[in-house]
Design a protein around this ligand. Sequence first.
Ligand code: ADP
Ligand code: UDP
Length: 246
Amino acid sequence: MDYRRGEMIYEGKAKRLYRVQDHPEWILQEFKDSLTAFNALKKGEFENKGRINRDITSLVFRFLKGKGIPSHRVADVGANEMVTEKLEMLKVEVVVRNVLAGSTAKKFAIEEGTPLEKPLTEFYYKEDKLADPFISDEQALMLKVVNTQGELDQLKRLALEVNKGLIEFFESVGLKLVDFKIEFGRRASDGAIVLADEITPDSCRLWDKKTGEKMDKDRFRRDLGNVKETYEEVCERLRQTWEKKV
Ligand code: ADP
Ligand code: UDP
């Protein structure tokens, strides 16, 4: 199918969004080569990053679809673009943790790498001006990120199902899923909540199971080097294992 790119409607830190001509129900997402951290205070880029993150997101969403978890993905286009359903994004980032790292490890002064007895779900208010603060369930309802406690429970349930799928997906290529962030949007036609945005080494912490090496955006955040090579390695492992199976 031929998707004709219309006007640009949004440029974010990692993607540009365009209309799709003759299809108001879809958008085209172009994955950029840029890399940002600490609410865009730190900026970088590398060649082919957009292609890698599009390819990884595509493999993840195809795999999850096979597990009965639908997403916004419609089709991949060109080297670094994806046509998706156009959704009204919920102003919440849902984080799931299997191992403590990053902000929550720091907040409670617990050593990074401490495993959790059961996965932890957390909500953050998606608002760059406020640097995406942590919010409680009641704050989420006060801020109207969703309409009801039932919908918040649905987000947690979906996030835990995604977690189960992703653990298996990354485990199969020798990577431990430490934590990740996902976003959801609402479909205008029926109000359904749909998994959206991207799932990539920008939005997950992945540690090599053999070496313990960090294989995600922490290489950029913490100046660990080999950022490009690491993203390429993750993408290559996933392609080899999953490209023909999903
Ligand atoms: P940011 O906005 O944080 O800089 P990006 O550069 O990744 O992040 O921009 C992509 C934007 O598109 C995000 O705001 C994300 O919430 C939004 N988005 C993701 N999927 C969809 C979708 N299916 N429909 C509408 N917006 C989406
Ligand atoms: N994350 C993300 N976008 C954000 C914040 C976090 O994709 O705006 C991801 C991050 O890559 C990690 C997980 O969510 O995989 C948990 O992040 P954390 O809260 O530990 O924040 P950080 O330490 O990255 O600031």
